[in-house]
Design a protein around this ligand. Structure first.
Ligand SMILES: O=C(O)CCC(=O)C(=O)O
Length: 261
């Protein structure tokens, strides 16, 4: 049975479950209106988004990169108080790493199981480096490509890889919920055996001292960033990791946004 908690839970409790199981589903993270707006605006973007270039991206899957350059419908989600409360506990200082809309098309094959933090050459075991969240915008089912994962696999000994006997779970969930999972949890997009696409958005966060997966300072135009709430600006790279990793000309990068306004 998948671990599910309500949005009214304390950040500390959700973080505790995330650290022990490697994942947790939180219900009530987005309002029905928020879900409708997100579905509509991402639909607009999908009309002009190509399909993947390799089996990892998925040849029948569309990925909306540079998400915060293209839509405002995930601004509130990215700074949701419960999400930030969990990140405070698990990562301490953090930034957005890979915010991506993922639309798994009809007849797509299952994505290979992987760990999101494996892109960083840090010897295992290591403290949490990456926390990811998946926000379904369609019903996620075992048939249409819901995210698959192996509970507890974030605790595996270094070098262990998934095998045929490992228990793979499916994140069956509804729009409005979010799946939180650690970067060291083995997981992947499922196969879509239906004739309809499966849309979801990942908001992935990484420790503030790492290089984020997407370079938001280049991907999101400065004119767009300037109008965003300050916490979101910080999460998009206009921040330092104390005492001064990420400075610009000796100052906090926030100064860049005010200097040329
Ligand atoms: O689409 C999904 O359910 C997961 C995708 C994923 O894990 C990835 O692309 O890294």
């Amino acid at each position: 049975m998948m671990a599910t908690m309500p949005v009214t839970s304390a950040g500390q409790d959700v973080a505790g479950r995330l650290l022990s199981d490697g994942y947790v589903v939180v219900t009530g993270m987005m309002t029905p209106d928020g879900v409708r707006d997100a579905q509509a605006d991402l639909g607009r973007l999908l009309d002009v988004t190509r399909t993947g270039r390799n089996s990892f991206e998925g040849f029948a899957t569309q990925r909306i990169y540079a998400l915060f350059a293209k839509t405002r419908v995930f601004d509130a989600a990215a700074t949701h108080p419960l999400l930030l409360g969990v990140l405070d506990q698990v990562l301490g200082h953090y930034q957005l790493s890979a915010p991506v809309g993922i639309c798994i098309g009809a007849d797509e094959k299952a994505q290979v199981l992987h760990r999101d933090d494996a892109i960083y050459p840090v010897p295992e075991p290591h403290p949490p480096l990456v926390v990811n969240t998946m926000w379904p915008l369609d019903e996620f089912t075992a048939q249409n490509g819901a995210t698959r994962f192996i509970p507890g696999s974030h605790r595996w000994e270094p070098g262990r890889r998934p095998g045929p006997g490992d228990p793979v779970e499916t994140a069956v969930m509804s729009p409005g919920s979010a799946l939180f999972y650690l970067g060291s949890l083995w997981h992947g997009g499922g196969a879509n055996h239906t004739s309809r696409p499966r849309l979801g958005v990942i908001l992935e966060y990484a420790a503030g001292w790492l290089r984020p997966q997407e370079n938001h300072c280049l991907a999101v135009p400065r004119d767009v960033v300037r109008d965003l709430p300050e916490r979101l600006q910080e999460l998009l790279g206009y921040n330092i990791y104390p005492p001064f990793v990420g400075y610009v000309d000796g100052s906090h990068p926030r100064r860049v946004l005010s200097a040329d306004s």
